[in-house]
Design a protein around this ligand. Structure first.
Ligand SMILES: [Zn+2]
Length: 293
């Protein structure tokens, strides 16, 4: 049964097929959530993220964060923040909370825009990097166990929700941390992405490395617009806007002649996904319900 909407769920992917042990992904027929069963233990996940590539140690995705303004990922995040702030006018008298703050890139964007920010990040190497390189304030902690006395003007989760084992309880707590009318911004992979479907097809014909790269303990939940709508409504948020976009090939493959093939393929898949509205990322802007008096 689906942990978000209680709908009926069926088989999506067996982790044994990608050499990752005894886990399964199930898909809800009602809200299209894809979820991991059984959920890995909390201790396992904490250790896992101490070695996760959150600051570009081993992979290209977060490569060279120090110079993030010149990177595709950095420029995109800067644009998102300024565009959202132009539209929603985040309060300057309250701090902005970045959950899963990684190497501190977003906290630095917030700081450069004249706001005060606070980050929470489970990876000790990532928080160390953030403090040393950007002089931003962030706690090394699991977002599931932190609590705050103060109220925040907005809470951001860039690529975090899919990694959490208990997303339901976190959203309720975020609602308590927000000032009345405060905003919640969630960016997360879309379970209905064209690329997921293509990767499952490749697996069926025996090409398993794309599935092995995409699916694993780092993505416990793949949300859809419907599952997020359930989750947000259950926790007293109203949705203000839903946006969709694709991860650029430059974020995954470095500039090198060796990667022109994969970049071209991903570029074509992105174009196709955009045509049919099946992008790989969802961005949802929600607001805490005003309490009725
Ligand atoms: Zn569901």
């Amino acid at each position: 049964m689906c942990p978000i909407c209680q709908g009926l769920a069926g088989h999506y992917l067996d982790y044994q097929k990608i050499g990752k042990g005894d886990y399964q992904l199930l898909r809800c027929y009602n809200c299209r959530l894809i979820f991991t069963v059984p959920l890995p233990a909390v201790d396992f996940l904490r250790d896992f993220y101490q070695h996760y590539d959150s600051i570009g140690q081993t992979d290209n995705y977060y490569r060279n964060i120090k110079n993030y303004r010149r990177q595709v990922v950095g420029r995109k995040l800067i644009n998102h923040f300024h565009r959202l702030n132009d539209q929603y006018h985040f309060r300057r008298d309250l701090r902005l909370l970045d959950l899963g703050s990684g190497g501190g890139m977003f906290l630095d964007i917030v700081k450069q825009a004249g706001f005060s920010g606070l980050g929470v990040e489970i990876s000790a190497p990532a928080t160390k990097f953030a403090r040393e390189n950007f002089a931003v304030e962030c706690l090394t902690a699991d977002v599931s166990s932190v609590d705050f006395e103060e109220q925040f003007g907005a809470v951001f989760m860039w690529d975090l929700l899919e990694h959490l084992s208990q997303p339901q309880q976190l959203l309720g707590r975020i609602n308590n941390w927000l000032a009345p009318g405060g905003y919640l911004v969630i960016e997360t992979p879309d379970s209905r992405a064209l690329i997921n479907q293509l990767i499952i097809w490749l697996l069926k014909i025996g090409i398993r490395w794309p599935a092995s790269w995409m699916f694993g303990y780092h993505h416990l939940y793949w949300h859809s617009q419907q599952s997020l709508a359930f989750l947000l409504a259950q926790n007293n948020f109203k949705i203000l806007a839903v946006e969709r976009f694709n991860t650029e090939p430059a974020r995954i493959f470095p500039w090198s002649w060796k990667f022109w093939g994969p970049r071209l393929v991903l570029g074509l898949v992105n174009g196709w996904a955009a045509l049919i509205g099946r992008h790989n990322k969802l961005l949802i802007i929600a607001q805490k319900y005003e309490e009725q008096s």
